[in-house]
Design a protein around this ligand. Structure first.
Ligand SMILES: [Zn+2]
Length: 104
């Protein structure tokens, strides 16, 4: 009976694990099929694919929160603009009425 060794092979070469902790600011990513890692094409930094997905999903959650906040702000501003237009129309009507009274 043969025994299968399930010990996980190290993903990163010596020194890469520390590099992997830095957040790469670049967005051009390639696949290292042989080592099953992601590689930044700009700075050649190797990244764990799952860590990269977590980073992307956190950004997406933050962006969705910002979109929700900005949508609410946009709705509030639209309502304020509509109210200002109504006020402007009312003031113009008042001015026209007062001019007619003056002319009469
Ligand atoms: Zn990079």
């Amino acid at each position: 009976m043969s025994v299968i060794d399930f010990e996980r092979r190290p993903q990163f070469k010596n020194g890469e694990k520390e590099i992997q902790r830095y957040v790469c600011p670049h967005i051009t990513i390639a696949l290292d099929h042989h080592r099953r890692l992601l590689v930044c094409e700009d700075c050649n930094q190797h990244m764990d694919p799952f860590d990269f997905l977590i980073r992307v999903s956190k950004k997406e959650i933050r962006i969705r929160d910002e979109i929700t906040f900005l949508s609410k702000q946009c709705k509030i501003l639209h309502e304020e603009v509509a109210e200002l237009r109504r006020t402007s129309q009312n003031l113009k009507a008042t001015i026209r009425r007062d001019r007619r009274k003056i002319d009469d």
